[in-house]
Design a protein around this ligand. Structure first.
Ligand SMILES: [Zn+2]
Length: 390
């Protein structure tokens, strides 16, 4: 039995091509969906029992106001009050962290429609990404539809594709200098946000593609939001500050804040997927043509994702529950503040159904695991660990 990904309806419209212009096909999952059906039943029972709401949680509105105030304060202090390097540098770092916090908490929940039952509220929260320099339209395709359907599948999941710069999956080609990627990639992560702001969105819009996936170009209202978002971002990041400060100082502050947010955002996502504890499954030939995965969609999400530092409440607050990324992948339309409670139900069900549930004890062990994975992938003797039998 083959099945489409149940969690992502957008993917039904998503063309996939090998880049050579061949006919689009869609990769499907297979196997029993008993695990996710049972898990959804238990999660629904939890919400009924506790009387909590899956979305529109008062804590989220408070958290949103706190983070936006954090962002506005550091931005305004930089704009009007910081005059020496020893005030500018720490404030730019603090601004970068606030941008990451907006991404993890506000934009991510809004973009997943996990913030509110009202779609206009989700939309407004998702638009905070446009304010921060990324396009919420492109993100919806890249993250919501592609990454969340096909995590850790090489050739499908654009989040594990660094091009020639790094090898994150065993199926990817190794180049000689990847031997050093355990060191240099941490630095390159910092430039991801800058590349995203200045190149990626425009390039993907121009090509109508994200990696191997064709995407519809934004039209009408979506295109207007794309353009308006870029105008607002460039005004906030460069235009307004340049009225008050020298251009080189504005560029340096932008570079530092974007670098900090890029490192933090990238590393948190990498810790959940690009570690030795996560699988990198490959599709197999399906009867009747095309390809299929060997597991059900939900089991694939668990096996390709790893939680970390589940007891660290401060970290959990800052990263918007993304240290509970297994729960996020299974229930991405539920507000992240519920993930710690849901993780107990998910872990229990995984044990019962014989699905491996992986969690790193601490942030440090998760970072160490990502480092070891990068080193391992950079070695010449590592071959694909999950290739199907010929
Ligand atoms: Zn997500």
């Amino acid at each position: 039995m083959t099945q489409a990904a149940p969690g992502n309806t957008d993917i039904a419209n998503l063309g996939m091509s090998n880049g050579s212009g061949s006919e689009p096909s869609r990769l499907k999952f297979s196997g029993s969906d008993r695990f996710i059906r049972e898990l959804r039943k238990r999660v629904d029972a939890y919400f009924e029992r506790t009387g909590r709401s899956k979305r529109d949680c008062p804590q989220m509105y408070f958290k949103t106001a706190t983070i936006l105030a954090w962002f506005a304060t550091s931005y305004l202090l930089l704009l009007f009050f910081a005059t020496s390097w020893w005030t500018v540098v720490p404030l730019a770092v603090v601004l970068g962290l606030s941008i990451a916090a907006i991404g993890f908490n506000i934009q991510h929940d809004g973009g997943h429609r996990a913030y509110s039952n009202h779609q206009w509220v989700n939309k407004i929260m998702a638009l905070t990404l446009d304010l921060m320099g990324g396009s919420s339209y492109m993100w919806d395709w890249k993250h919501n539809s592609i990454h969340h359907t096909y995590p850790n599948i090489d050739g499908q999941d654009d989040d594990i594709n660094l091009g020639f710069l790094g090898r994150l999956a065993p199926q990817q080609r190794r180049l000689g200098f990847h031997r050093y990627q355990g060191i240099y990639l941490w630095l390159l992560y910092g430039f991801i946000a800058i590349k995203w702001h200045l190149i990626d969105d425009f390039y993907q819009l121009f090509r109508g593609r994200i990696g191997a996936h064709k995407i519809p170009r934004p039209k009408g209202k979506d295109l207007a939001i794309f353009i308006a978002g870029k105008v607002v971002f460039f005004s906030i990041a460069f235009g307004i500050p340049m009225l008050l400060h020298p251009w080189w100082a504005v560029l340096l502050v932008y570079g530092l804040a974007a670098f900090v947010s890029g490192v933090v955002l990238s590393v948190v996502f990498q810790l959940a997927h690009c570690v030795g504890e996560a699988d990198f499954p490959v599709p197999i030939a399906a009867e009747g043509g095309g390809e299929r995965m060997q597991t059900d969609w939900a089991i694939h999400q668990v096996q390709t994702t790893v939680d970390f530092a589940r007891g660290n409440r401060v970290l959990c607050w800052f990263v918007g529950g993304l240290n509970f990324q297994i729960e996020h992948h299974l229930f991405h339309k539920i507000c992240h503040i519920h993930y710690p409670a849901l993780s107990k139900l998910v872990e229990e069900a995984c044990h019962e159904f014989g699905v491996r549930y992986a969690a790193q004890k601490s942030l440090f062990s998760a970072i160490a695991s990502h480092f070891h994975w990068l080193v391992r992938m950079g070695q010449p003797n590592v071959i694909a660990n999950d290739l199907p039998a010929a």
